[in-house]
Design a protein around this ligand. Structure first.
Ligand SMILES: COc1ccc(C(=O)NC2CCC2)cc1-c1cc(C(C)=O)n2cccnc12
Length: 121
């Protein structure tokens, strides 16, 4: 069947959506699924200048805001580093962020990405 224009996704967008789904699997409690709410995290928006979460990354993919894989990876790192900045070591969120960052970057190594072909060049 022929894809309608609206269904045609740019190769990079399709790749980033796949990578995002794999990263989200590493966040079983969905601590990173949505923007952090100041009501649950006092002072969050004054401490964290550039908030980031998976739903925002998904929206940026849909809006074709990511011009490269590196921009996508930067937002993933920003999201994890925000959590390790705001939350004290030993908290459930700091530990979850460290684990997510470690597991996520292992999925984003050149060895893992090379099979995806020249989309990335
Ligand atoms: C979208 O953000 C969230 C969504 C749900 C939860 C949550 O279910 N927390 C329960 C575990 C103990 C209460 C926590 C968070 C959350 C993430 C974060 C991060 C990522 O810093 N956070 C920081 C302080 C307080 N809450 C949170």
């Amino acid at each position: 069947c022929v894809l309608k224009a609206s269904q045609k996704r740019r190769p990079l967008s399709r790749l980033l959506e796949q990578l995002l789904r794999n990263l989200e699997k590493r966040d079983p409690h969905q601590f990173f699924a949505w923007p952090v709410n100041d009501n649950f995290a006092p002072g969050y928006s004054t401490i964290i200048k550039r908030p980031m979460d998976f739903s925002t990354m998904k929206q940026k993919i849909d809006d074709n805001e990511y011009k490269s894989l590196n921009c996508f990876i930067s937002d993933f790192k920003l999201m994890c580093n925000n959590a390790m900045k705001y939350n004290k070591p030993g908290t459930v969120y700091h530990k979850a962020a460290r684990r997510l960052l470690h597991a996520g970057l292992k999925q984003l190594t050149p060895q893992k990405l090379r099979p995806l072909g020249d989309i990335l060049t």
